[in-house]
Design a protein around this ligand. Sequence first.
Ligand code: IPM
Ligand code: MG
Length: 381
Amino acid sequence: MDYLKHFETLVNNQKARVAKMKEQGDFIDYKSLDKIIIGVVGGDGIGPAITAQSQRVLEFLLADEVKKGKVEFRVIEGLTIERRAEVNKAIPDEVLAELKKCHVILKGPTTTPREGDPWPNIESANVAMRKELDLFANVRPVKVPEEGIDWTFFRENTEGAYVLGSQGIHIDEDIAFDFKVITTQGAERIARAAFDFAKKNGKTRVTCVTKANVIKTSDGKFLNVCKEVAKDYPGIEMDDWYIDIMTAKLIDKNRRTQFQVMVLPNLYGDILTDEAAEFQGGVGTAGSANIGKRYAMFEAIHGSAPRMVDEGRDIYADPSSVVRGGAMLLSHIGYTKEADKLFKALEICGQTEKKLVMTGRDTGATNADFANYLMETIEKL
Ligand code: IPM
Ligand code: MG
């Protein structure tokens, strides 16, 4: 492999991306659309089973809007590991074309192959979708009111250590190289998203998490850009932490309640949000919004759990995470009343009342039962 040529290509691609970001306009205004198209992608493993339940609940909440033609649900097939392996692509072309006709997407988990798997070692469909649709802000809230935890993570989603993760090279048999990239425009738009959120929601602090003391160039840029952006938000304090001590401080009961909004590069955001979700009951309970200016995608933060399917247990998989993703979707497109009802129902059904319990097997409820329980609860609100 001509590695200098390879590096040149990577650099040119990033330059092209920066040029595009410079031209980017504002966020789409859903109110200006005649019809909002919601794409539904089941994914792999337990994905289709749980995503279908989230879709049912959303269709229930938006029944009138669908009747009026203001909202359309569109199920998109083919984002399966079998099809992706067949065409050797992270997202098959026809699937990507369909996704691009939607405004927002509800997505189940997709299997991410790695070396040694029975699948070709293709790029993660998640990572590819975030890049292809330019979904730069991965917003992940974690709340545990009784512990005083109310965090919102703004994970950068289109650069960092992640996005070139399938484009590393073996220089020779001994040397493996990966690449990490941060751009001014990429850091700025995620920092602004975090500060705008803080401002809108009455938060007083944004915490920037990097490892800028060691990864000096790219993390250093991320931190500097955040500091610059902070100047435009008087009244909101910015503090800066390193990722290692941050993972420790999340388990420090006295310290952790002081964090409010976190902004961080891709890989650190990936790691810290799994840790954070654990306080709330695990990754199965968290939802994740991937927001760009033209598109937005909402998903579960857990994996596809193929073992559950092998053992015939997919109907018992907990749909809470992808339902929470659905509630975030509703809120994002302006149906805040409906979203609030769904958040409330999730709290009642999953935490306070718990009339049905999901155990992941036939000792507990099925995901269809749980969706019914959510809808009955909503009706009583
Ligand atoms: C997440 C997941 C994905 C990621 C995987 C499935 C590629 O862990 O959404 O956090 O690493 O971003
Ligand atoms: Mg993750």
